[in-house]
Design a protein around this ligand. Structure first.
Ligand SMILES: [Mn+2]
Length: 334
């Protein structure tokens, strides 16, 4: 694969010759996906391109402080099918397989648009798009977008700085995960010069749990399963329980943060029963045990320290038990 800078040049050529550009991220967009899409959208707007940023669902209120909140559209087939179909360029951020596009997967595949993928997840092969800007060593996809903007001499304004900061801060768990390093902090210093209110952003992203959500966190803490001397901690959140508590907006991160705060914990697994009977799985490690490898065995993927998958309904229980056994063996060997 040629150097990323050459691919940046190819990307720039595609952007300059495209009349209509759609930018999107993976479904259930997290901070990095949102930040990357937001930063790229703003850059394209500043450079006079015709761009539409699109997500498959409304932005989480955690990111409601972002300028981006006024600058994106929620994909609606009636309204957007034609736009996606006739776009010249379709750019997807923070995902390395088309399946992660959710409701936009089919429209993207049917579109005449050339596709570009910008991502930092480990990916086998060349990537899903016509042009793939992949770097698994990048802290966040937002970082790759930032590097691209700098590469083409673009301006970093407050909206871009805010967006890239959201990418970096959320994919590093507010600068606590193993992917935090000096390079990240140097970039944060540059971005903060754009009058970013970091404490307000922290409050919005990390301290905005609803009452039912807090009660759920308490329940999970009380009922968690500790194995291997507390090194492996897992929990299973049943649908019925969410309904009983009145949790309308479920997010795994606050629960995962709590579970992995134990003194001996090296691996955390959170299983959540979905409305359709499938089980969503979130895996976290301290960075030494490969969660991406485990997730892949069960049809998912991610990073070494954070990965996930969704277990299909038919054999959900069996897969769940088998996944826990896999983790148990891994932790026992470590
Ligand atoms: Mn990411």
């Amino acid at each position: 694969m040629e150097a990323l800078s050459e691919r940046f040049d190819q990307f720039q050529e595609l952007l300059l010759s495209a009349d209509s550009i759609v930018v999107t991220g993976h479904e259930n967009a997290d901070g990095d996906a949102v930040g990357a899409v937001a930063a790229l959208r703003r850059h394209l707007e500043l450079t006079g391109r015709h761009v539409t940023a699109m997500l498959t669902a409304p932005l989480s209120p955690r990111y409601g402080f972002m300028e981006f909140g006024r600058n994106y559209e929620v994909y609606d087939p009636d309204q957007h099918a034609e736009l996606v179909q006739s776009a010249d360029l379709f750019v997807m951020c923070d995902l390395s397989s088309m399946g992660r596009l959710g409701a936009l997967e089919k429209p993207a595949q049917a579109s005449r648009a050339k596709t570009v993928c910008i991502d930092h997840h480990p990916c086998e092969g060349e990537g899903p798009a016509d042009l793939n800007l992949l770097d698994a060593s990048a802290t966040a996809t937002g970082r790759l977008v930032y590097d691209f903007i700098k590469h083409v001499g673009g301006k970093i304004d407050r909206e871009i700085a805010e967006s890239v900061f959201v990418s970096l801060s959320t994919d590093t768990g507010w600068f606590r995960y193993p992917n935090t390093n000096g390079e990240v902090m140097d970039l944060v210093a540059d971005l903060s010069a754009h009058r970013l209110d970091l404490p307000a952003m922290y409050r919005s992203i990390y301290q905005s749990n609803s009452g039912p959500m807090l009660r759920l966190i308490g329940h999970v803490a009380r009922s968690m399963n500790e194995e291997c001397g507390g090194k492996l901690v897992w929990s299973f959140v049943r649908r019925q329980f969410l309904d009983d508590l009145g949790v309308t907006r479920y997010e795994a991160d606050p629960i995962l943060d709590l579970l992995r705060s134990g003194e001996n914990v090296s691996v955390v697994a959170l299983f959540t029963e979905l409305e359709d009977g499938r089980i969503s799985v979130s895996l976290r490690s301290r960075g030494d045990l490969d969660m991406n490898g485990v997730a892949r065995q069960f049809g998912g993927g991610g990073h070494v320290y954070a990965a996930g998958t969704t277990l299909s309904k038919d054999d959900a229980e069996e897969s769940r038990r088998s996944l826990i056994s896999t983790l148990r063996r891994m932790v026992e060997k470590s």
